[in-house]
Design a protein around this ligand. Structure first.
Ligand code: ZN
Length: 189
């Protein structure tokens, strides 16, 4: 399980510099790696969002999960409230139209709010839902996937937001101050 640490992708406006000369297609922007600002990492990778998932998996050993053909996946996560900040995993949804997404979490220590979004490496917006369920209660969000042109997760409210106290009710196992919870992610295509 990944430890929380402070990292997030940054948009780099590069529209005037990068031109695909074969297709004469102007790339709208490039992104830098999630680890570009992380202490002891300082990754200098920049590229298309399309290439980011492979880079994260091969260079940073980021966990990746594959969903079944029905585009549904259950993630089991652990939250240690003393470790705040960002974390993410790469999700590959299989099926007739495979899609790669990045599931992002951000825990804000001051507000004690956990935010979760699904960010697509493509520019298309797809409908999806996230559901946290446990102890007879459930909290569900339904919306559209975010892209790298949308705000970073710390200021993005287009996902599931849950307070630590609420999450405690939905967590199945509590070890000390640690919460273990399951999230059902469903992509509608
Ligand atoms: Zn990197």
């Amino acid at each position: 399980m990944l430890k929380y640490s402070k990292f997030i992708a940054k948009l780099v406006d590069n529209s005037s510099k990068v031109v695909n000369i074969y297709a004469f297609q102007i790339r709208p922007f490039m992104i830098s790696c999630y680890f570009s600002d992380v202490q002891d990492s300082d990754c200098s990778w920049k590229g298309d969002p399309d290439s980011l998932a492979l880079h994260l998996i091969t260079h940073h050993e980021i966990s990746s999960f594959s969903g079944c053909k029905h585009h549904r996946l259950i993630l089991e996560m652990i939250l240690e409230p003393d470790c705040y900040g960002y974390r993410f995993v790469v999700i590959s949804f299989k099926g007739s139209e495979p899609r790669t997404m990045i599931f992002e979490e951000y825990y804000d220590e001051k507000s004690e709010i956990l935010s979760l979004i699904l960010r697509s490496i493509q520019t298309e917006k797809l409908r999806y839902s996230m559901r946290i369920e446990g102890n007879g209660c459930a909290l569900e969000f339904e919306g559209t996937t975010q892209t790298f042109q949308d705000p970073t997760i710390d200021v993005n409210r287009k996902g599931l937001c849950i307070h630590f106290a609420q999450l405690q009710h939905l967590s199945e196992v509590k070890t000390g101050n640690e919460l273990r919870y399951k999230i059902l992610v469903t992509l509608y295509t």
